[in-house]
Design a protein. Structure first.
Length: 238
């Protein structure tokens, strides 16, 4: 089973904490022991936002800001690489072809961003599409996909299950509300829709939730089940 795990920067490294990064690495190593081929995509979190905010004040243009963001995602990816030990790529994969090659060689792929004007949400979906993953898991700082931003709206409801079309609609609605943050962005939702990628969005603050979701399909987040995909047990490692 091929799995792509997209880990938000604010989930992997809200502040620098070796134990937290190790806990994610342990989960990935356990999946590898189960026989999974794994790619991890790592976000930039608050550090990326701080750099981008400061560089914006200094007059950097949007592409330069994106490049800064990409550099920070790759720094976080290097932290995870440091924690993973052997059988892992030595530096973050810089594009999808490199990611595919690493996985073909049987190693764990770790990467951050790849190109300006997107986020690692889209990278996760694109690399999952590229390597033909069976499952894409977003380990985010929110517990799933909600009808509105749960931090802003107390009536926001979590969806247990969505089709890919519904995901696109919900995310498009959320992105229209300035300031409200969606757990995955619209480009990622569109890629999930076109690839028919089976996807789970969950609270990654406890990384063992990722393990439970991949192994048994059990989680308290949101299942994205594109048309034509079932919930057959073949998706799960055991
Ligand atoms: P993130 O993926 O962490 O962005 O990339 P985010 O979604 O804003 O962060 P979370 O999910 O809330 O933690 C950080 C920044 O890096 C640039 C973008 O500017 C993004 O905002 N980036 C990242 C790219 O330009 N391209 C990429 O492929 C990835």
């Amino acid at each position: 089973m091929k799995v792509v795990v997209s880990v938000g920067g604010s989930v992997l490294a809200p502040e620098l904490d070796a134990d937290r990064v190790s806990a994610f690495a342990d989960v990935i190593n356990e999946l590898v022991s189960d026989g999974c081929q794994v790619a991890a995509v790592v976000g930039g979190g608050g550090v990326a936002r701080d750099y981008i905010g400061t560089a914006r004040e200094l007059g950097a243009n949007e592409i330069e800001l994106d490049q800064l963001g990409i550099d920070v995602t790759r720094l976080n990816a290097r932290l995870l690489i440091a924690a993973l030990g052997e059988n892992v790529v030595t530096a973050p994969a810089k594009n999808y072809e490199e990611a595919g090659e690493v996985m073909r060689n049987g190693d764990v792929c770790v990467m951050g961003g790849v190109a300006p004007a997107q986020t690692t949400d889209a990278v996760g979906a694109a690399v999952a599409e590229y390597v033909g993953a069976d499952l894409l898991v977003y380990a985010t700082s929110v517990p799933g996909v909600f009808s509105a931003d749960p931090n802003e709206d107390e009536d926001a409801e979590k969806y247990d299950q969505l089709s890919a079309e519904e995901l696109v609609e919900v995310i498009a609605g959320l992105e229209m509300n300035a300031g409200s943050s969606a757990p995955v962005d619209l480009l990622a939702a569109k890629i999930i829709q076109r690839s028919g990628m089976r996807t789970i969005v969950l609270d990654g603050n406890d990384p063992t939730r990722v393990l439970e979701a991949v192994r048994h399909g059990k989680h308290e987040g949101t299942d994205i089940i594109p048309a034509g995909t079932g919930d057959e047990l073949t998706y799960w490692a055991e």
